[in-house]
Design a protein around this ligand. Sequence first.
Ligand code: F6R
Length: 250
Amino acid sequence: MKVILATGSKDFGKKTAELIIEQVKSNPNSVLGLATGSSPIETYKSIIEDFKENNTDYSNIKTVNLDEYCGIDTSNEQSYKYFMDDNLFNHINIKKDNTFIPNGKALDMSVECDRYEELIKSLGGVDLQLLGIGSNGHIGFNEPNTHFTKKTNCVDLEMETIEANSRFFSSIDEVPKQALSMGIGTIMSAKKILLIATGHSKSNMIYETIFGEVSPKSPCTILQFHPDVTIIADEDAMSKVLINNLDVVN
Ligand code: F6R
């Protein structure tokens, strides 16, 4: 695992964007796995800035998002489809037909999960997967559990996740209780993984990701078994690591 410390939100976004842009330049046909939430916002801003300055070409890039809420329309500002268009896709030269997100309004969620899993395979798999992390250790929406879920699945969100995400909604009652999410197996199949985190609330789980016992109780710990993981975190998210283990940080 490679661990990179960022200083402040601009630096955090820039360092993460640089690794994604490097992937796009080295393989302009890459499949990028993308995330939503607050963690990637600065990264997407930096990607857009770079696109305006350097014309980095996304015309053959394909993207697959980690997850989508169940039951909300893509025209709803809180849907992850809307988030991705608004925060990234509308501002770079990616073809919308090359951007994929699970359909949270599908009639049969189980059929939709299988379709999404097959879609990722048909694209040749994910070259670089961007991941945020929940303060309970979830990656995608794979919540703490007694087993690791392999494939794209329909997840009941934990109360902690519903509470954390309620900041984006006008009331907690509006937060969907379920989401479609790539499974742990889907995520682990990506060739490279980039895990990003900011803020004190993530410090325990960043520590667990690097040093914790691998267990479905903290889904992020499975990343210890992946051969190519880079963690980028700010000082707050890295605080527990920095106290005793300065040597792991680049
Ligand atoms: C979002 C996702 C989630 C978030 C995580 C952290 O697509 O899969 O795992 O990355 O909940 O969310 P933020 O970044 O809002 O703290």
